[in-house]
Design a protein around this ligand. Structure first.
Ligand SMILES: [Zn+2]
Ligand SMILES: [Zn+2]
Ligand SMILES: [Zn+2]
Length: 328
């Protein structure tokens, strides 16, 4: 597998021919405590019984920390090998305790783990961006049955985040305000697309959703970096944990499959000559989670790839999610 850059959109893709037999079937869970198939543990959040959340080397990593990126041109094209890091974040030691059924304290420990790992990987100036994501349920690309998220650290900023960074900077240049803060202010005023606010955090349906029931969770107070807030203000983690749990419970009343991704600021240690957004990044970017439900009955939406087609408006989706019966 190698990374290739699309010369038009300037986004990197990972491509190559995978062996056709696919990944081996999971027989024993690698992520349960004391698993004989466990990979190396990188960091664990300790608890009285051992650990509450921990990160491990991905058994089939897409990115490898050793080696040279070997970035090279091929005519007008650009390619490099997949140098970076790929970890599995075990959210809970209990095999079937997913984020929506765990306690707020347990989810808070997982959020701390995520923040610690992102912070640590950002100490490597080669790595430009750290992505945290979770795929869950049928047709989501879920890899493991144990409650896990994944983390990749890459030598490039993924496309969607790059778009957001550029847009955030452009907005800031003309208005001297953060576009996400302005969105939050308007959404809280209009209240048509706010699903729930809890302490410092808000869950809302975006004005222009890419898929039905798309949901964002953002901090109400401006902050570019998830890991910085999370580690410097640990008291806020429980509010975020509760909102994440309750939002996932709401999403699960609509579908049992979703993608969840964290968008946080890129690595400011990485020296960038061509990208001006590093200078104002703390003012113009605002971290958030995005949840993209996989709604099979609305699968038609995915055939309109050129323009996202979302046959449920956020206003309707939010009304339904707000009124969803959840555990509490
Ligand atoms: Zn397990
Ligand atoms: Zn902001
Ligand atoms: Zn985003």
């Amino acid at each position: 597998m190698e990374l290739r850059k699309d010369p038009i959109t300037r986004s990197w893709v990972m491509t190559g021919d995978e062996p056709t037999d696919g990944p081996p079937r999971e027989t024993v869970c690698r992520f349960c405590p004391d698993s004989p198939d466990a990979t190396q543990v990188i960091f664990a959040v300790p608890s009285p019984n051992g650990w509450s959340a921990r990160s491990m080397v991905h058994p089939r990593p897409l990115y490898h920390i050793e080696g040279e990126p070997g970035r090279r041109g091929d005519g007008i094209y650009d390619r490099m090998s997949s140098v970076g890091a790929h970890e599995v974040l075990v959210e809970n030691p209990v095999h079937d305790r997913q984020l929506w059924s765990a306690s707020d304290d347990e989810i808070g420990q997982f959020l701390r783990l995520a923040a610690e790992r992102i912070m640590d990987l950002k100490r490597d100036p080669r790595l430009k961006y750290v992505s945290l994501y979770k795929d869950f349920g049928p047709n989501s690309g879920q890899e493991f049955s144990h409650p896990t998220s994944q983390l990749t650290a890459t030598l490039f900023v993924p496309r969607r985040v790059l778009y957001e960074l550029r847009a955030g900077r452009d907005y800031f240049v003309s208005k001297e305000r953060c576009v996400f803060c302005d969105i939050l202010a308007q959404e809280e005023r209009q209240a048509a697309r706010v699903i729930e606010a809890r302490g410092d955090y808000v869950a809302l349906g975006p004005y222009a959703p890419r898929v039905p029931y798309e949901t964002w969770i953002l901090p109400r107070n401006h902050e570019a970096s998830f890991e910085r807030t999370s580690l410097s203000k640990p008291g806020l983690r429980l509010n975020l944990a509760a909102l994440l749990r309750r939002t996932l419970q709401r999403i699960r009343t609509v579908t049992d499959a979703f993608h969840l991704v964290l968008h946080t600021s890129p690595n400011s240690l990485h020296p960038s000559k061509s990208l001006g957004y590093w200078k104002t990044i703390d003012d113009d970017y605002h971290w958030h989670f995005e949840i993209m439900p996989v709604v099979a009955a609305k699968a038609r939406s995915y055939t309109f790839k050129e323009v996202y087609y979302s046959p449920v408006s956020s206003e309707t989706a939010v009304k339904q999610l707000r009124e969803a019966k959840i555990d509490g």
